[in-house]
Design a protein around this ligand. Structure first.
Ligand SMILES: NC(=O)c1ccc[n+]([C@@H]2O[C@H](COP(=O)([O-])OP(=O)(O)OC[C@H]3O[C@@H](n4cnc5c(N)ncnc54)[C@H](O)[C@@H]3O)[C@@H](O)[C@H]2O)c1
Length: 248
């Protein structure tokens, strides 16, 4: 039997990169998936592609996770389409890098708003359904820099460290209803977010990674699948690092 047979999942920021890979992995394991991203066109294209590849039920939606009404609507539309929501993956994320000395207030606010507040708003939106159902999974995509900090990424690191605090608080609040909440902290993964780095910089990073290579979106999707599925029933409030050993 497939690992997510009969389940319904919402994945934010799923039109490309890590989110797309998570949506495809969940669909391949039998889940119906909502792909929710900024552009309706991109979300619908990803949803159609995944449906064609896996035969799963898919829905492509436009949302900005930093807006409460968008989050409420995305969850309501998912429940209308598939009857319920079992899994939420808070994956949408942005960077606006710069040294603190030069970082604009708006660049700090927007990163916190999408990466951290967005996860809060989406978790709140699914919580009424999951708490009532007395079951559910929330997987938050944090980052290695939420654990280590990173020069030039004060806003992003703070948002990702904040996500870990949010994960643990939600895990405590929702545990009595068997809603499990965990985080994945990816290291350096090959996506559009990291493509701007020069080959030389990528080679240097690979040298620092004990497993000797930059990660692939599929490496993260496998961890998200584990935390969303039936093999992790006694795990909540945890942070699973997927970083090739870069930070232990
Ligand atoms: N790539 C890495 O090395 C890496 C490492 C650690 C953590 N992460 C995290 O993984 C997640 C996915 O990143 P990625 O590398 O696939 O990046 P990406 O830029 O390829 O994808 C991010 C997606 O989020 C969407 N998005 C951005 N703002 C949004 C908003 N307000 N509402 C809805 N969707 C929005 C984008 O449109 C995009 O499709 C992010 O949370 C990122 O911080 C990535």
């Amino acid at each position: 039997m497939k690992r997510l047979e009969g389940k319904t999942a919402v994945i934010t920021g799923a039109a490309r990169g890590i989110g797309l890979e998570i949506a495809a992995a969940f669909a391949a394991e039998g889940a119906s998936v909502t792909i929710a991203d900024l552009s309706l066109q991109d979300s619908e294209a990803a949803a159609a592609d995944i449906a064609a590849r896996t035969g799963a039920g898919t829905l492509g939606l436009a949302l900005d996770v930093s807006k409460e009404a968008d989050c409420e609507k995305a969850v309501a539309d998912t429940v209308a389409a598939f009857g319920k929501v079992d899994i939420l993956v808070n994956n949408a994320g942005i960077t606006k890098d710069g040294l603190v000395l030069r970082m604009k207030e708006t660049d700090f606010d927007s990163v916190i708003s999408v990466n951290l507040k967005g996860a809060f708003l989406m978790s709140k939106a699914v919580s009424k359904f999951m708490l009532k159902a007395r079951s559910g999974r929330i997987v938050n995509i944090s980052s290695i820099v939420g654990l280590t900090g990173q020069a030039g990424q004060a806003n992003y690191s703070a948002s990702k460290a904040g996500l870990i605090g949010l994960t643990k608080s939600l895990a405590r609040e929702f545990a009595p209803r068997q809603v499990l909440v965990n985080a994945v902290a990816p290291g350096f993964i090959r996506t559009r977010m990291t493509e701007d780095l020069k080959d030389e910089a990528k080679a240097k990073i690979s040298e620092l990674i004990p497993l000797g290579r930059i990660g692939e979106p599929g490496d993260v999707a496998k961890a998200a699948l584990f935390l969303a599925g039936g093999d992790s029933v006694y795990i909540t409030g945890q942070v699973l690092s997927v970083n090739g050993g870069l930070y232990m």
